[in-house]
Ligand binder design. Sequence first.
Ligand code: ZN
Length: 231
Amino acid sequence: MTENQTYLLVISPHPDDCEFGVSGTVARLVKEGKQVVYVICTNGDKGTGDRTLTPEQLAVIREKEQLAAADLLGVKETFFLRYPDQGLEDGHQFRRDLVRVIRRYSPFAVATADPYRKYIWHRDHRITGLVTLDAVFPCARDHLAYPELLEEGLEPHKVKEIWFWGTEDPNYRLDITDTLETKFAALACHKSQVGSLSPELKDRMLNFARRNAQGEEFELAEAFHRIELRN
Ligand SMILES: [Zn+2]
């Protein structure tokens, strides 16, 4: 497969968000022979209650956990932008980083966190969703946006769909009946976050997947707010 055949680019605020949000779907797409690429925006270096860990140690652990999960799912490549946890801003540098990777992989669809979830929502999730939206449209599309990327050989690209996970307004449900167990296995790679993935957490996720599939012909789903772009 060439770089131009990436089906889904997953833009995750922290290591592990992609597993919670979309890994059942990723496992299914990979089974179908479609190419998936991960971009992890922050290093997750504030995500612990363990006071014996330094941020630097935690960042190293979380990167290894993320690579193990991506490997288990069959993700083609994983990029780490390595911004500090809680350090994302809606600005030029982060937006250009995302435009660069969108143009490099030319995905059909981009999946990320819904920026429009109300009230309590990690600011890195909100900002990743917002900046991804702007990076897809108009910045990745317009050759005069970030002309330095053209000099890197990165041509404009039109993404066809955005899928937001963590949404309060789902309009797109994808069947993960056959891949929920793989999703659990990928999540279990994030030991620093989920420990041994307790039966209670699995139960909650199973019930959530059931609710996501209500009204569909399949039993378990991941739900997204999907935007179809006509650009
Ligand atoms: Zn997160």
